[in-house]
Design a protein around this ligand. Structure first.
Ligand SMILES: Nc1nc2c(ncn2[C@@H]2O[C@H](COP(=O)(O)OP(=O)(O)O)[C@@H](O)[C@H]2O)c(=O)[nH]1
Ligand SMILES: [Mg+2]
Length: 255
């Protein structure tokens, strides 16, 4: 088990939301990563999966209990709530120096965690490191055209709503330094289902009295070396419209 007193607990705790991931979860990739990174722990949140996700996770964590644990939610509550619960659990139980979340399909390879933790170590003022999916020559960032363009429309609207020059709010790879803001930001359920990433930033803005310049300074977008559109996404085209509606709700609630 992670050490409940925090004494030997990994200093980075990454929440991996899992809903019916039995067929997609790359257990081997996680197991290869564990011994190389004793400072990074994983909290897999099973969100009431109806498939074999729990037994796949149990096998994956067996023998690695010091850095891989499972949190089970009886009922499916959606990614936002699973991530939130995972982070609250990590903050209360493991006393980590940073927390984050990572999509279970490893669209962002785990190796990017090295880059993210390096940023937090090198830049003490940075509180958030977000993966940014930018297709640059020499990088392997491949998104399907439709997802890319819908994503760009969404991200542009998001940056206007947030009044921040942010490029990619929706990448499922994010790390947060634990500060006074963190427990407050994750304390209450999010109102949005898919765009809770935007809502997290809105809550940081609220915490820092809507000082956009300051919040821009504590976010670091890390361009990913590799990002793959993994088959089996649970996001549908209709969700784009739901996401836009959620963004309006965020706008009226926070701004
Ligand atoms: N907890 C939870 N996680 C979910 C749910 N739906 C998707 N996820 C997780 O969210 C992450 C991204 O899901 P994915 O379907 O790949 O979405 P996409 O990459 O944005 O198209 C994965 O870790 C999924 O397991 C859900 O209902 N509950
Ligand atoms: Mg995915």
């Amino acid at each position: 088990m992670f050490d409940a007193n925090g004494a030997h607990a990994p200093s980075v705790c990454v929440v991996v939301p899992c809903y019916n991931e039995a067929n997609r979860l790359d257990s081997a990739a996680f197991q290869r990563f564990f011994p190389l990174h004793p400072e990074i722990g994983f909290l897999f949140v099973d969100d009431g999966s109806q498939d074999a996700t729990v037994s796949v996770l149990q096998k994956l964590c067996a023998g690695h209990e010091d850095r891989a644990v499972i949190l089970r939610c009886e009922k499916n509550g959606g990614k936002a709530e699973a991530v939130r619960r995972g982070i609250v659990h990590a903050l209360q139980s493991f006393n980590p120096g940073s927390v984050g979340f990572w999509d279970a399909d490893l669209a962002t390879p785990l190796e990017a965690l090295d880059d993210f933790t390096e940023v937090l170590n090198q830049k003490p003022h940075v509180e958030m490191v977000f993966g940014a999916r930018v297709q640059l020559l020499g990088r392997q960032v491949h998104r399907k055209a439709a997802r890319h363009y819908l994503g760009r429309v969404f991200a542009t609207v998001a940056s206007h709503v947030l009044t921040l020059a942010i490029y990619d709010t929706q990448c499922g790879a994010k790390l947060f330094r634990v500060t006074a803001a963190t427990p407050q930001v994750f304390a209450q359920a999010f109102l949005s289902k898919w765009v809770f990433d935007v809502e997290i930033i809105a809550r940081y803005l609220r915490f820092y009295k809507y000082d956009s310049k300051y919040v821009e300074g504590i976010i670091f977008e890390a361009p990913l070396r590799k990002w793959t559109d993994i088959e089996g996404s649970k996001l549908k085209v209709l969700d784009f419209f739901e996401a836009m509606r959620d963004m309006l709700r965020i706008y009226f609630k926070y701004f």
